[in-house]
Design a protein. Structure first.
Length: 171
């Protein structure tokens, strides 16, 4: 994945969850400082630091993360100060690792020492991806089981249908 003839080209990614955290700037500044220090220490070329302000880590569909991934052709890795700034979900991590592998992009989480540009980092990532896959399978199994029980009890499945035949979205 890494070309030893040039320094690791890294996109930094920082995120805070609330508007208040974004307004204070302290959390974002701390994350940026950690990324810049790691770049200096490791000889990385820090291409850009991309930010998501006031965005939840629950889902991967965030403007800053989309921008960071769009920069993939110009980089070797995306680095975060803490893994939970990238995602709070093992499934999300697994999805990002799979995408990165297909696109030649390593993931680096400073707090865990996770670096998929190294052999050991890829091993740890594969173990984490396996756990994520197992988690997906368990969720699917529980969902099927619960749906089966609801059907056997004659309960409504899915969104209720209005008198006009349209699904009600709650608004």
């Amino acid at each position: 994945m890494r070309n030893a003839s040039h320094p690791l080209r890294v996109i930094g990614y920082v995120r805070c969850s609330t508007a208040e955290q974004a307004a204070s700037g302290y959390g974002l500044t701390s994350q940026e400082d950690m990324l810049r220090a790691a770049a200096d220490r490791n000889g990385w070329e820090l291409i850009k630091i991309v930010c998501d302000e006031g965005a939840s880590g629950k889902h991967l569909d965030r403007p800053g993360l989309r921008e960071a991934l769009a920069l993939a052709p110009h980089a070797d890795a995306i680095a975060v100060a803490k893994l939970d700034r990238l995602t709070r979900s093992l499934v999300g991590l697994s999805d990002l690792m799979e995408w990165g592998q297909r696109n030649g992009l390593a993931l680096i989480a400073l707090d865990l020492g996770l670096d998929t540009s190294t052999d050991a980092g890829r091993l740890v990532a594969r173990i984490m991806a396996s756990v994520g896959e197992w988690e997906r399978e368990r969720i699917s199994e529980r969902t099927r089981s619960a749906a089966s029980v609801r059907r056997s009890e004659g309960k409504q499945m899915g969104r209720p249908v209005s008198e006009h035949g349209k699904s009600w979205g709650g608004w």
